[in-house]
Design a binder for this molecule. Sequence first.
Ligand code: FES
Length: 118
Amino acid sequence: MEDQTGHSVEVLPIGHTFLVPDGGSIMVVALASGWKWPNVCGGQATCGVCLLEVQEGEEFASAIGRDEALRLAFNGKAGNPRARLACQLRIHGPMRVFKRGVRLLEGQLTQSCKDNTG
Ligand code: FES
């Protein structure tokens, strides 16, 4: 689903969909929305912990830059077009990605949760 607030990015296996602004980062959106996105370096392309797999919509992914390419190679993912660092990936259309460990932090309610609590 597309709307004026961003591109729909579904994150599996948790099955939550985030709306990411054009050219935005799924990891930044998730963190800003109260979700945990596994990482150690805080988005500096040095830890590789944020690594995700693009399952659909790779044509809407930004190009891989030098720092990301170096980290992917270090992680043994060079040449795998579906492996991306969430902190470096910029979104330009709807996508489906796979990333274990993404979860809503305790005490946070998503809008859909709030809608259901009345
Ligand atoms: S957050 Fe460390 S490489 Fe992406």
